[in-house]
Design a protein around this ligand. Sequence first.
Ligand SMILES: [Zn+2]
Length: 318
Amino acid sequence: MYSMLYDENVQHALITHADCLKHEMGAHHPERPERLSAIEDQLIASGVGQHLTRYEAPLATDEQLARVHPLEYVHAIREVAPRAGTVHLDPDTAMNQHSLQAALRAAGAAVLAVDLVLEEKAKSAFCAVRPPGHHACRARPMGFCIFNNVAVAARHAIEAHGLERVAIVDFDVHHGNGTEDIFEHDEHVVMASIFQHPFYPYSGTDNPAPNMHNVPLAAGAGSKELQSAVTKTWLPALEEFKPELVLFSAGFDAHTEDDMAMLRFNDADYAWVTEQIKSIAERHAKGRMVSMLEGGYSLSALGRSAMRHIKVMAGLEK
Ligand SMILES: [Zn+2]
């Protein structure tokens, strides 16, 4: 049924690892293992999953992490990781005995995804991993995040593959303050983001660097405001930048069913925004896209929205 749109010769990758299901931050924490199961369930139910080539996420190396975080920070995370029980890194972010492995797999997925698309083994890659990454600053864990996975992907593309221009598109409901901390004024990276404002982490609006294309949205904003932000701000900036690779910080917590915040996106919005960015990737980046899972806490909305995002990336839906 997808024959007009889908080329069976082009691989689209799904990267994940069982270790990412073992990281838990305490009872009732919204960033929970069931999030990944919800995405898997929707990929199976929709039939999209059968078109994806599956890979196990490798462990990121200290060298790969140290392109983003000071090596002292990487060592400190390794040292604080508990053998039993739970250690809190900030009020929202904790580690159990499996969290270090999960965090290394999440960042390792980013590296593998970039390798696959830049070596033309896959056209796109979605990393169904946790912990998420976009709040992790250079030397500070924050907001459920330990290592900044999308930043590890960008730096790997630039330093290991020699790319000059990488775009990061962040549609999580929260501002990707960690990613901005790492890349502000970096000539190789442009970031396009929307986020609810004023809202956690209360950043992104105070005189952002010229390579940061941030669009704050008021509580209650929905499809119309998203479309305006993308067409008026993101697309012109990305057209001018001509990225050689497009990375998504794919958070699905701006969905109207998600209680974490107060934006009102729907499933179709995630397909639409992916289609817009895909057109940029096809014009400038040979269609190369890597997507890292960030937030999304309503299990049903997360599963459905992530499936629609992946479906568009893989050319199974226009
Ligand atoms: Zn979020």
